[in-house]
Design a protein around this ligand. Structure first.
Ligand code: SF4
Length: 107
């Protein structure tokens, strides 16, 4: 392939990618929102602890002992309730907000 034709093709592909990127981002955000809404409607939120980030400070256990625990001799939190019962969603969300390590995600 001649260099000028290749450059034209690469430029064209780049332009198409630039044009599509915002649409793909918007669709991805919408899909995430819909998925979250769907999960939330069913009362199936989940708390997830990232063990690489967790430092075992026990804040989550203090804030929401019904959902989070740390085994004796262990330094990582675990989730007791999966999925979260609707009545415990609030305290799990609060624990996630209080986790200074950012180790808890509510999904
Ligand atoms: S608050 Fe965060 S860092 Fe501390 S034990 Fe819980 S999950 Fe780990």
């Amino acid at each position: 392939m001649r260099p000028s034709r290749r450059r034209f093709l690469i430029g064209g592909i780049g332009a198409v990618c630039l044009l599509l990127a915002p649409t793909v981002r918007a669709l991805s955000a919408l899909a995430h929102e819909l998925e979250h809404e769907h999960v939330h409607e069913q009362g199936k939120l989940r708390a997830v602890v990232n063990l690489k980030k967790c430092n075992g400070c026990e804040t989550c256990v203090d804030v929401c002992p019904e959902v989070f625990g740390i085994e004796e001799g262990d330094e990582k939190a675990f989730v007791k309730e999966d999925p979260l019962p609707p009545e415990l969603e609030g305290c799990a969300i609060e624990a996630a907000e209080e986790c200074m390590a950012g180790a808890i995600k509510i999904v």
